[in-house]
Design a protein around this ligand. Structure first.
Ligand SMILES: NC(=O)c1ccc[n+]([C@@H]2O[C@H](COP(=O)([O-])OP(=O)(O)OC[C@H]3O[C@@H](n4cnc5c(N)ncnc54)[C@H](OP(=O)(O)O)[C@@H]3O)[C@@H](O)[C@H]2O)c1
Length: 338
């Protein structure tokens, strides 16, 4: 049952609610940074949902397409691929007009040692792109890293809580949010800041990170005692449905699953599924980067997979020899150094 084709099909499957929303949405959709870990299945979902809604719209996937697997999926599914370096003003000038933008561009890893690159991608490029595109609708992928670490007993940060990003990557993502606020105020853009942590796709994600440590017999650090995660199908769908919630007042939405994972318990469950022993090192930290997703649950309902479902699926994926992207989340990082 577990192969790449079925996984991509699951991650891009639209629900009836998404199809209804895609029928209401006016105009084409353009996904910027579509060639990364989430963009391919999100783009295919947008195309499938629009087709099922009877909408004859363009879904443009814009990226440099440095990952051939991403490009292959999009090509096979008939998504319109635009190979563009969004850092190039001339190429930016030639983008087609589309009123609905899913903004997925970002840089996290490699910030330590080359922070200038991260600030450029996360802050300067949004400035270039928003100035070029003007009064369009944006769902802007952001992150829970904008929030401070908190006591898990408090139930996670809410959208109206003040950001307090830790480290340069997190600071630059707050900077990205500020640039989109500027675009809303000055260019008439309608914006929703989509604060996501952490998508589970099985080929990467927090559960894979923990499972790999179990399989390699490495002790698991508990500095971060809890973590947020969510099935990537749900995150993809929430992003597309969010296109109907954008506002010049700038909306903010925490996007994650309703159950925060307890690192120790999740590692034990993965070990049991994988038939391995698990060991831990160090004491359990007192704070974690956690979001409260109540608003997202209210708007879009609960994810179709529980945390236990995801743990089981992750173990099955590994037992079936499923591909791993080799892109760890470093969710256990407490000082914001990526
Ligand atoms: N995945 C998660 O769990 C998660 C969690 C929190 C936040 N986020 C944020 O959500 C967004 C999407 O997530 P993701 O995991 O799909 O990110 P990702 O894997 O980093 O994908 C973003 C893609 O943007 C493209 N890009 C970068 N520079 C570009 C340029 N100059 N011109 C055109 N395209 C460019 C890259 O693809 P090409 O090489 O093809 O250009 C890159 O793979 C990111 O901003 C990420 O930080 C993700």
């Amino acid at each position: 049952m577990w192969n790449e084709e079925t996984l991509n099909a699951m991650l891009s499957e639209p629900s009836e609610k998404l199809i209804a929303d895609m029928a209401r949405l006016e105009g084409d959709i353009m996904i910027l940074g579509a060639g990364g870990k989430m963009g391919p299945t999100l783009s295919v979902m947008a195309k499938r949902a629009s087709g099922a809604a009877g909408k004859n719209r363009h879904v443009y996937a814009v990226s440099r397409f440095s990952d051939p697997c991403a490009a292959e999926l999009l090509r096979r599914e008939g998504v319109e691929m635009l190979p563009v370096d969004l850092n190039d003003e001339n190429q930016l000038a030639n983008l087609p007009k589309a009123p609905n933008i899913v903004y997925m561009l970002g840089k996290k890893f490699g910030t330590s040692g080359n922070a200038g690159d991260t600030w450029h991608t996360n802050v300067v490029m949004p400035g270039m792109i928003t100035r070029r595109l003007g009064a369009v609708n944006y769902v802007v992928f952001s992150t829970g890293n904008v929030y401070p670490f908190t006591d898990p007993a408090l139930g996670g940060c809410h959208e109206e809580d003040s950001p307090a990003p830790v480290g340069e990557y997190a600071m630059s993502t707050w900077g990205r949010e500020r640039v989109f606020e500027y675009a809303a105020r000055n260019y008439g853009a309608k914006v929703l800041l989509f604060r996501l942590n952490y998508a589970i796709d099985l080929r990467y994600g927090v559960l894979l990170d923990l499972a790999e440590q179990v399989l390699n017999g490495r002790p698991i650090r508990l500095d971060v005692p809890r973590f947020n995660c969510v099935w990537q199908r749900y995150a993809n769908e929430a992003a597309l449905r969010s296109l109907l919630h954008v506002s010049t007042e700038v909306e903010r939405l925490n996007v994650t699953g309703p159950e925060a994972g307890v690192t120790r318990d999740v590692a034990r469950k993965l070990a049991a599924e994988l038939g391995r022993e698990v060991t831990f090192e160090g004491g359990e930290g007192e704070k974690a980067m956690l979001m409260n997703p109540a608003k997202c649950m209210d708007w879009f309902g609960k994810p179709d997979k529980s945390l236990d479902d995801l743990i089981h699926m992750q173990a099955e994926w590994l037992k079936a020899g499923g591909r791993r992207l080799g892109k760890p989340t470093h969710f256990e990082e407490t000082e914001g150094k990526f």
